[in-house]
Structure formats: C-alpha cells, structure tokens
Design a protein around this ligand. Sequence first.
Ligand code: DGJ
Length: 561
Amino acid sequence: MIAKSGLKTASFVSTVIAALAIGAFASHAKPADPMPQLRRDHGATQLIVGGAPFLIRGGELENSTASSPAYLDTVWPKLVAMHLNTVIAPVYWQLIEPREGSFDFATVDGLIAGARRHDMHLVLLWFGSWKNSMSSYAPGWIKRDPQRFPRAEGSDGAGMEILSAFSRNNLQADSGAFVALMKHLRDIDSARHTVIMVQVENEVGMIPEARDHSAAADAAFAAPVPAALTDYLTGHKNTLAPALKAAWQAHGFKTGADWDDTFGAGPATEELFTAWTEGRYTGAVAAAGKAVYPLPMYVNAALMRPGKAPGQYPSGGPLPHLFDIWRAAAPAIDFFAPDLYFPNFVEWADKYAQPGAPFFIPEAGRVSAADMGADAFYAYGELNAMGFSPYAPEFLAPDQTKTMGEAYDAVAQLAPLILANQGTGKMMGVSAPAQFDGTVDLSPQYFAFGDYTITAHFQEPAPISIGAKAETAMPGAHGGLIIQTGPDDFWIAGTGMIVTFGVRSGTKVKAGIDAIREGRFAHGRWVPGRNLNGDDDNQGRYLRLPAGEFTIREVRLYRYR
Ligand code: DGJ
C-alpha cells in the first residue's frame, strides 16, 4: 500500500519511475527528426511536428474500433474523406499485455501502419487503470486478482470495478505496461513520428462516491494533507481556483492537518482528495513513460452537468476547480483537455483555454456536424487550439460526415494562416454561444481590427428589394474566424454569418467593401473564384457566409466619407 504521508508517497513514486526508466536510454537511437513537442511562441502554445507548427484536424475513434485491424481498415476511407489529418485512438492495456509481462503490440502496429498508409498522425489514448472512471480495460490477470491488485471500495465496504489508487502493485503494473508501450513507440516510431501525443488514462474520476473508501484510502484521508500539496497551494495562493481558495481560507490556510480539517468536511473535500491521489498516480504513469520517450502528454476530463455535486459525476478528474490540485500532483502532464459534449461549448472551452497555455479538444459530439465545425473554427481561431476532434467520426451519418468534411476541408486550406496568426491578436474566432439547455444567443458580436470594426450577425437582414423589414433566421450553425493580413485585408471564413464593417475613428468615416472573392487554397496558393458583388453582397452592404456550408472569403475594405 502507498504510505500515508506525502513525503513517502513522493519517494515511492519517484522510485517507481526511476526503476522503470533504468536502461531506457541505453539503446535509444537518435531520432531522425525532432520529437513532437509543445512550443510557446507569439502568444500561443502550438504542437510542433517535424519541426513545424501543426494543427490537428482530429477524430477520436469509437472505443472498440482500434481493437481489430481488419475492422479499422474499413474505417480509414471515411476518415480520409472527412479531411482528418490525425486519428485519436485507444491503446488497450488488456490487449497489449494479455499475460503479465508478455506484450503483444499487434493492435498498435496495425494502427500505426494504417495511419501511415493514409498519411495521418496518431494521438494515442492509454486505456490503462482507468477508462471513464472504471477499470474495464485492465487485463484479466489484474481483474481476477483483487488481493494483489486491490479495488477501490464504496463506503459500504464493497469492492468496485475501479482499481485503487492506493496500491503500489496497481501503479507498478500500469506504469510497467505504459513504459513498455512508450519503449515500443520509441523503437518503431522515433524516426517517423506518426504518433505525436499521448493521453494518459481516460476520464479519471470516482463515481458514484467522490472517493475511495478502502482501508488504505481511509487512512490516507485521516492523515495530514501531504506537504507536497500544501507547499504547492501556498506557493500559488493568489491564483488558486476560487472554490479551493475559499475552502482553504475558511480553515485558516492550515497545513499539516487532515483533509477535513484543512478544507472542511464533505463531498467537495473528498473530491480534492481523489484529484490528488488519482492525479499522483496518473502523473507517475506519465512520468515513467516520458522518461523513455518524451511525447507531449495530457489528461482528459469528463465535464459535469449544472447542479451536480461531487460523487454524482466522475469526481476528481482535471476539472477547472481542480486544476491546482492536478498541477501539483502530476507535473509530467502537459495540460488538461475537456471532453466537450455539452451545447455550452464556448463556456467550457473558455475555461480550459488559459492564455498562452496548450489547448486541445480530444472529444466533441452530441451536436450536429455543422455545430462541431463552427465550434472547431472558434477553438482554432479564438482559443488558439492545437486541435479539435469529434468522437466516433466513423459512426457519423453520411450527411454529417459530408458537413464535417467540408468544415475540415476549409480548416486544412486555412491551416498555414491559422498557425501563423494564433496568439498574435490578428485573428479572432466567432461563435453564437449556447447555454447548457441549447438556447442560442443570436445577438450580434463586435470585433475591432485596428481602426476597422467588424460585426458578425447571425440573422439575415431583410432584403430591401422585397420591402420586408424583419430579420429572418439563418437556420443551422453559426461560427467562423476572421484574420487580418494587411491594413485593409481580411480572410473571413465559417458558416451562418452576415458580416458588416465599420470604422472606429471619426463619425463621418465609413468602411466600404472594395472586393469580396470566393476561392480555394490549393497547395497553399489562393485560387480566386467569382468576384462576389451585387446581389451577393447586398450591393456592397455586407458579406454573407451561407448557413449549411463552410466557406472562405477574401475581403478587401476601404474607407470613405
Ligand atoms: C467519453 C469517453 O472518454 C469516451 O471514451 C467515450 O466513452 C465517450 N465518452 C462516449 O460518449
């Protein structure tokens, strides 16, 4: 069992990492091109692949798809047709280590071979100790031996299908398999870097109670909060999440006391405890893997519905109110990523996209493909996302596949411009934000680019020619991005928007449309199509990005009075 004090836990974790990493570098061939890495530049953190910034147009395979190379072969053409450049795919502990210490990487090799054949990259998901809180992907030899590999327990003392974070054996077994995976990747992929990033575990968290109640967990909960955590919290007191700070402050910023005494008794404190203990475990697995092959690594979070208390949702994962705990617990994890299925996409995305920090959405869904496309534009354009990824793209209906493909086609064309402008202030994303219940705010939105103002409308003005006065709805999704490339020059792309232009300085000066061109980027070069004027810009009054499609427009403005 893991010792109760933080200091002992820390030395135990580092012993495991050191033991697993010993000898790891001895046979390490020098990589042919630089490791994929995160780099902060011009105000944004980007994923660098092959030495250059890379924008992930992702899709996360449904959980079982990658378990059969033959089945997967039937899926690749659909992913290619959707213009994905990266597939996010699980590696299943139960399949790669069917017998203890005996590894079979056939599924991983099949994935990598398939990705290479289709000119794609991979982000691998480590389905290790925890997948959606549960331990269903642990191998049978682990599941069948709870004496050696203990389970978390409910407060009624019953074992759960969740490996306990308080077991040295569990951590060693998981880390050992993860290190074997990372060594395998190093051996077969370090010259090519098909695999560009790794997610460690999947949607970590405890449910239906906010913490493990096994004897080991109870003992750790009754012991002092580890100094490693309180030291971190002390050092970051001014920036702590408000609820965490308030709970700690209410108890006098205590150190050296037990969990209830430090943060107050109740489910919220139990969740802090789970975040720390599962965070330590996950961080130790990540550190062990990074020691042999240092790909960027992240942890994903299951978000919670409004009004739910800890224990009613997977508790203790890297949720915004627990970021501080996870940062202290798992420094080997580069960032936390939201699985963003709720309609209030903008609200949640904004919480995870901290200024200058890495931002990636590994799972999106349960909204239309048009909404996902619009959300992707907002994420890349406004929040400097390194990537976006619908869940189970292989299961989308044909019309949804087509729409998502059109969105990603436009993103692919714009990728060099997006990457060059992330973080610079010359690019902004547009979205009509929705609430959790799906109500969409269709109010116009205003953007300032130098002296120009740009207004995005999500309703269509009445055409003057028919004498109508009321705006009409633009059905479908609304979103896009605006990039300024010269004093009067813009790229405006997306769906479901009417865009008008103005000038900030001087009441008599106005902005006019010099020209709008449709077109496509082919191999990075703009190939203009029609000049859109007359009925197509309402005689110079506005730019229209039609609903139901994703379009790119080259826009040149001018000023007059
Ligand atoms: C979130 C999980 O991370 C995925 O693996 C998958 O189970 C989806 N939920 C299903 O909606």
